[in-house]
Design a protein around this ligand. Sequence first.
Ligand SMILES: Nc1ncnc2c1ncn2[C@@H]1O[C@H](COP(=O)(O)OP(=O)(O)OP(=O)(O)O)[C@@H](O)[C@H]1O
Ligand SMILES: [Mg+2]
Length: 366
Amino acid sequence: MALGRLDITAVRNLQQVSLRDLGMINVFYGANGGGKTSLLESIYLLGMARSFRSAQINSVIQHEARSCTVYGELRRPEGGYSIVGVTRERTGGVQIKINGSSVTSVSVLAEYLPLQVINARSFDLLTGSPVDRRRFLDWGVFHVEHHYHGVWQRFQKCIKQRNSLLRHGKISAGELRPWSQEFSEAGEQVDLQRQAYFGVLQPALSGLLERLSPSLPALELRYRRGWDKQSSLLQALQSTEKTDREQGYTHVGPQRADLKLLCDGRDAGAILSRGQQKLVVCALKLAQGQLLAQQRGRTCIYLVDDLPSELDAEHCRRVCDVLGELNTQVFISCIEKEDIGSSWSDPGLLESGAVFHVERGVVRRD
Ligand SMILES: Nc1ncnc2c1ncn2[C@@H]1O[C@H](COP(=O)(O)OP(=O)(O)OP(=O)(O)O)[C@@H](O)[C@H]1O
Ligand SMILES: [Mg+2]
């Protein structure tokens, strides 16, 4: 999938944007505050119906406007176009349309238009909370493993129900048991699918790290499933039942899973330099795109905000080369176009792409 056309109405400072003939590599450059991140944010809105930098849609909708809309034409790999449109209203309304039909589930949209974002927030993969790493892992499982969404939804229902019972205090063992049973069955399924994905993620990551930064000390990625390795989830639930009852929530299960990145046995987030962290983050995100292509024969769209920041010219070129090889559509922002212009071993890639200048909300093709 690749966006051929993009129309943006009332997103942040962007004046009516209408881009045609987008390339596989698209670069947006310009001074601070021009609207580059807002442009990438608009594409994210098209694929996820929300922003990647604000939980409040009101801050995304242009001051004075009542709603914002992003509309895109997607070139299908088999030929032809799909049309996707997303509108978010200040009053909370969300309208998603795919080929003229309304869609109510964001997961249908996300499945349709897989997106990967690399921005300042991506460092949370190394230094943030396990929630960020679980979200990362689940993106991969969702797009690669069939039926994961259903399994995950079933698990969410179980944990909500079990925690709600625990919060209410005096419940009998008999009342809790069926939910513990259901929780452990659904939780084991979530874990199995995550493990399967992790099994392919690890080698993909190693290969990419070798390409992006051969001098980086060996990195090891570990998966922690959220309960003791030796026990089944049901056994683990039994052993924490007393604490669960006292504290009113479930202490073990996939909701506690995490990914650990170790560098020479130490927490990578604590010891790597900022540039090294960025390379690891890029490798993680690029590994997901690579796996999507290998396992499902699909591509995702990469939104890379301020790619050159933190990277020296050599490492920036390495990232660009891998992005080019993935044969996937890429939207990159940067301040100076020269920072990206010289970053491709194959300059033809950028020549066949599109470069735009973004200034005070106006986007112009170079
Ligand atoms: N809801 C809004 N309505 C109108 N303008 C907004 C809104 N929210 C933010 N802005 C403005 O939009 C502008 C564009 O911000 P954006 O983050 O896209 O710039 P940028 O080109 O990525 O800059 P930088 O190089 O600093 O990252 C900013 O000047 C900001 O003040
Ligand atoms: Mg920006």
